[in-house]
Design a protein around this ligand. Structure first.
Ligand SMILES: [Zn+2]
Length: 462
């Protein structure tokens, strides 16, 4: 799952949770091959694949491993004779030097350095503007428009930052909150601008200003220079070229119109790679979801053919902004209108103490799909963390925006190991995974053989 500073405030503010509603289901013999799940987890989250960093040789090797599993599971390549792999070319801006923000006033000068004092997200190469200080996010447009705005707020107020950016601030400097501080090094190391995906048009829409989050001392230093001149410098080096691969397989159904009502099962197989010599194995995020999809492939590939078609999509580079999934959307082997639903599996390796033994489905209240799966035995219930907007935070969302009933199945979306080096095999619960994957097999098989039509509830389509 990708992290998001926009949701960090909500995370910090979250306290309440909705009561558990996972339904107890009578035990029966599981179709899950525990040894297969374990082997896939050990390979994907093992040392050899070094955390499957986006576009790395390790991630590319993981894609070939996944192809091998699909082939052995008798899943057909989704691109006909061209095979299972969809290559996605990426061009990522790199910094020639860490970005700096320099403020001068009356012979005084303060310089903030990326990673040491501040984190600036997606800076332009350079920016010059007067510096103003405001204490209220509802400050008038003529005060903030085109300015570098120091948002002098005693509380962590990320929505306020967004309001100021939408009011037209060229940049907003705000205090780093706990969530940003916790992931400081990861966030500071982000590229200075968006990765371009060859064959995908760049994001349209109004360009917002730069968000800058500063440590307390840095906030204090710039606050004292109201009325000065600010200059943001983010010199670029040559862009980094990488290739990631989406892996796509298909099991065509037996009904004459099978392909017109297809189910898409997805997960992302990349993670954070190696940082400062430490492997971030990403066992839970998202070797666990990948292993779930591969286990569905194994089970469905060796069972009687279903009426409806099922696609298996394993995406690369989710952690850097759903890059693989974005490419897939414009270059899918099927029309979006032929998908009856997408189930994304994301972080199902750590049981949630607030609802032990069950999964959650993001966007539960938006569609008729979750309750239908639950009624057929899936250990799945509503999203316990609606205030964190997980529905919008994974690959499923891009498909949902296109109208597909697309939801993410997760276990505990906020475990202590999230995006930490401790997200390794020792911190996932394979037995739990086997149980919850097993609980989904019968409901998915039912879905593939029924006339049930997953649909958005009134007014709930994003
Ligand atoms: Zn993640």
């Amino acid at each position: 799952m990708k992290s998001s500073v926009l949701f960090a405030a909500a995370l910090a503010a979250s306290a309440a949770f909705v009561a558990a509603s996972g339904r107890p289901v009578a035990a029966k013999s599981s179709p899950v091959c525990a040894a297969c799940v374990k082997a896939n987890m050990e390979r994907l989250a093992g040392d050899d694949l070094r955390g499957r960093g986006c576009g790395s040789a390790d991630e590319n090797a993981a894609s070939r491993f996944i192809v091998d599993i699909l082939r052995r599971s008798k899943i057909d390549p989704a691109f006909g004779k061209d095979g299972y792999l969809q290559a996605v070319q990426l061009l990522t801006p790199t910094p020639a030097a860490p970005p700096t923000l320099t403020v001068t006033k009356d012979g005084q000068q303060v310089t903030l350095l990326q990673g040491r004092d501040m984190i600036a997200f997606e800076s332009p190469v350079s920016l010059d503007a007067p510096l103003v200080v405001v204490t209220d996010s509802r400050a008038a447009a003529d005060v903030v428009k085109g300015k570098v705005v120091v948002f002098d707020t005693p509380i962590q107020d990320l929505p306020g930052v967004q309001i100021l950016l939408h009011t037209g601030a060229a940049a907003v400097i705000a205090p780093a909150n706990d969530q940003i501080s916790e992931h400081w090094d990861e966030l500071a190391a982000r590229p200075p601008g968006r990765t371009q995906i060859t064959g995908v048009p760049p994001h349209a829409g109004p360009a917002l200003g730069v968000s800058i989050f500063a440590k307390p001392d840095a906030m204090k230093a710039v606050r004292g220079l109201a009325g000065g001149e600010a200059r943001l410098d983010a010199p670029r080096g040559p862009p980094k070229e990488r290739t990631t691969y989406n892996v796509l397989g298909v099991l065509h159904g037996t009904a004459p119109d099978a392909d017109r009502h297809a189910l898409l099962l997805t997960a992302h197989y990349d993670h954070l790679g190696v940082r400062n010599g430490v492997i971030f194995h990403g066992a839970n995020d998202d070797a666990s979801g990948t292993s779930a999809v591969l286990e569905f492939a194994r089970i469905l590939g060796s069972s009687k053919r279903n009426k409806r078609t099922v696609y298996f999509g394993l995406f690369g580079c989710e952690e850097e902004g759903e890059l693989g999934a974005q490419y897939f959307l414009g270059h899918a082997p099927m029309a979006t209108s032929d998908l009856m639903a997408n189930l994304e599996f994301e972080m199902i390796g750590v049981d949630d103490p607030q609802r032990p033994g069950a999964l959650m489905l993001t966007g539960w209240e938006r569609t008729n799909l979750g309750p239908a799966l639950q009624a057929h035995g899936a250990h799945v219930g509503p999203d316990l963390y609606p205030q964190q907007h997980f529905f919008q935070r994974s690959d499923n969302y891009q498909l949902a925006l296109k109208g597909v009933v697309a939801q993410t199945v997760s276990a505990w979306p906020v475990p202590p190991t999230y995006h930490a080096a401790s997200d390794d095999l020792a911190h996932v619960d394979l037995k739990f995974m086997d149980t919850v994957i097993g609980s989904m097999v019968e409901p998915v098989t039912w879905l593939l053989n029924s006339d049930f039509q997953p649909a958005w509830l009134e007014g709930q389509k994003p």
